[in-house]
Design a protein around this ligand. Structure first.
Ligand code: SAH
Length: 239
């Protein structure tokens, strides 16, 4: 499982996240445009987890950080206008082990200390994870949110290795494959004048959410793209 911190501003939180991960047996930390990294404060807060910190990879975009992942989940304390399917951290951990996602690379995104994840970033996710907290103030410290999610995943891990045995017959599609499919679909929707690029509606957001809900595998994505290619070919023939 990969933990992705998007534009963390405080290096202490990066160190704290590394420590949280290591205590739960995770080591794959990705940082998207961190404000200050490396930094002595990150080392200090990482304590015995400086190895996780030093192995952390820095990316320019969320897309690059999750390109190879089959399941991308976004954490947020707030509800969105077009909400994704929402899981509590515990239900999310249980789901990961019981679906085809077991054994496929998984990423969990965490947002900025001040403003969380943008809607655009959340749209790259297929699920939305919420840590249940007091409605009066539900916003946890970034590193503590990482701790809770890692802890929930740690607890179900033994179950995960069993579920691994009976996984899906095809690997789940990666985030990069899904993004390619979304772009192809949008291109065709514009070509058949279902979508007007000058007056975009929320259709793509809803379609991405629809396809995200069913956890497409690689073959299913290839079939859907085949259909789109045939639509394009039929249109060219008619012209
Ligand atoms: N003020 C921000 C919250 C930032 S907290 C906002 O309104 O969105 C920093 C990050 O910690 C969040 O982006 C999220 O990834 C995680 N986080 C904090 N509290 C959480 C909660 N209750 N559930 C899920 N994620 C949470």
């Amino acid at each position: 499982m990969r933990i992705v911190l998007v534009e963390p501003s405080h290096p202490g939180n990066i160190g704290g996240a590394a420590r949280a991960m290591k205590t739960m047996g995770f080591g794959d930390l990705a940082l998207v445009r961190p404000k200050r990294f490396p930094d002595p404060q990150a080392e200090w807060r990482a304590a015995g987890a400086t190895d996780v910190l030093r192995a952390a990879r820095v990316f320019d975009s969320v897309d690059e950080a999750v390109a190879d992942c089959a399941l991308v989940a976004g954490t947020s304390a707030r509800r969105r206008r077009i909400p994704l399917p929402v899981d509590s951290a515990a239900d999310f951990a249980a789901r990961v082990t019981s679906t085809g996602a077991a054994g496929s690379p998984l990423a969990v995104l965490f947002g900025r200390e001040d403003s969380g994840l943008t809607n655009d970033e959340l749209e790259r996710c297929t699920r939305h994870v919420v840590i249940p907290a007091h409605p009066g103030y539900a916003s946890l410290n970034l590193a503590m949110a990482v701790q809770v999610v890692c802890y929930e995943l740690f607890k179900v891990q033994s179950v995960a290795s069993e579920a691994h045995e009976q996984r899906w017959d095809r690997p789940l599609a990666s985030a990069a494959e899904l993004a390619g499919f979304h772009a192809h679909l949008e291109e065709v929707l514009v070509a058949i004048e279902f979508e007007d690029p000058k007056a975009p509606r929320r259709t793509m957001t809803r379609l991405k959410r629809l396809f995200g809900r069913v956890e497409l595998d690689e073959t299913e994505v290839a079939i859907l793209r085949g259909v789109l290619t045939h639509v394009q070919r039929a249109m060219r023939k008619r012209r």
